[in-house]
Ligand binder design. Structure first.
Ligand code: SF4
Length: 315
């Protein structure tokens, strides 16, 4: 039987960003330098494949520091942690290595600076995401308010009469966030903030690459975890910019081939914590079933690199 023809448009850039590569390298080098086990608080990045590979090498993933023996080596994930977690690690005499992405640390520093200047900060982000918890934990309780929606921005009542600032989670939708910022700037013209927002280069570039393909796509496959903020945003962007269908799948096993039967143009991208091997497996599965031709659609070239913490720069 003749196999159905499909055109596969591969978005670029996609997959690993510099912050994720750095975080993974931190765990690998810590394992080499100090020997297993090395404890990691939370998933180092939001991807089960990455976490399982590191666990095989001797990393132990924990939810809280109470699960880490006193004096052990512990790594904080790329999403960042509150000041109280760092304090707890010190009290429990742990050797802590911080894998927080430098672009998240930049937001932490902004939050601390606003607090020092007496400003109340509005953090645009999603409740429950570890990055939001870490950023809110840079300042005393009550001095930062989480803004999740347009309605939150419209209804926020400042607790102080002047001195307002805003900051954002790094992995939000660029377009939704700019709408929220516009409302805040309209309501509070004196509000202080970054020149645009704090959304990182990797999130912005991956969203732009998806936007470029969305209108010509019948079925958009985004590979990423369902707890990965930047991956979920890619699905929303694909649908908003014209893709007829868009799905988030963790790996090739979750691909529903029956949904692709009458589709001729399939686009593929992946979140910033997804290794290329997971995309290769999706392509392999498509190739086994259909007659595919692959085109790489590149929108921008990335060459960002973040230095490792000094303790891990030498082996
Ligand atoms: S997605 Fe952005 S903020 Fe998050 S680790 Fe990657 S570069 Fe850093």
């Amino acid at each position: 039987m003749r196999r159905q023809k499909k055109t596969i448009l591969l978005a670029s850039p996609r997959g690993f960003c510099a912050g994720v590569e750095r975080a993974i390298e931190i765990v690998e080098r810590a394992l080499q330098k100090f020997g297993p086990p090395v404890y990691v608080r939370h998933e180092i990045v939001h991807n089960k494949f990455v976490v399982n590979e590191l666990a095989k090498k001797g990393a132990i993933f924990v939810d809280e520091l109470d699960e880490v023996p006193k004096g052990a080596t512990v790594i904080f994930s790329a999403h960042g942690v509150s000041k109280s977690i760092k304090e707890q690690a010190k009290i429990q005499n742990m050797f802590a290595i911080d894998a927080t992405c430098p672009l998240v640390t930049k937001v932490h520093n902004e939050a601390s600076r606003h607090h020092r200047k007496g400003r109340h900060t509005l953090l645009i982000g999603h409740a429950g995401h570890p990055e939001v918890e870490g950023t809110m934990g840079q300042v005393p309780e009550g001095t930062m308010t989480l803004i999740e929606t347009l309605s939150d921005a419209r209804n926020f009542n400042p607790p102080i009469s002047d001195g307002l600032a805003f900051a954002t989670q790094t992995t939000l939708s660029v377009d939704d966030t700019s709408e929220i910022i516009s409302i805040l700037q309209h309501r509070f013209p004196e509000i202080t903030g970054p020149s645009g927002e704090d959304i990182c280069y990797a999130t912005t570039n991956r969203q732009n690459a998806v936007k470029k393909l969305a209108a010509k796509t019948e079925y958009f496959i985004i590979v990423g975890a369902d707890n990965s903020s930047n991956s979920k945003r890619l699905v929303e962007v694909a649908l908003k910019f014209g893709a007829k269908n868009a799905v988030l799948i963790p790996d090739a096993n979750s691909l529903k081939l029956n949904e692709l039967r009458n589709v001729s143009v399939v686009s593929i991208s992946s979140g910033a914590s997804v290794p290329d091997i997971l995309i290769d497996e999706v392509l392999k599965k498509l190739d086994q079933e259909f007659d595919i031709s692959i085109k790489i659609e590149s929108s921008i070239k990335e060459d960002v690199y973040f230095n490792l913490p000094p303790i891990l720069r030498t082996r």
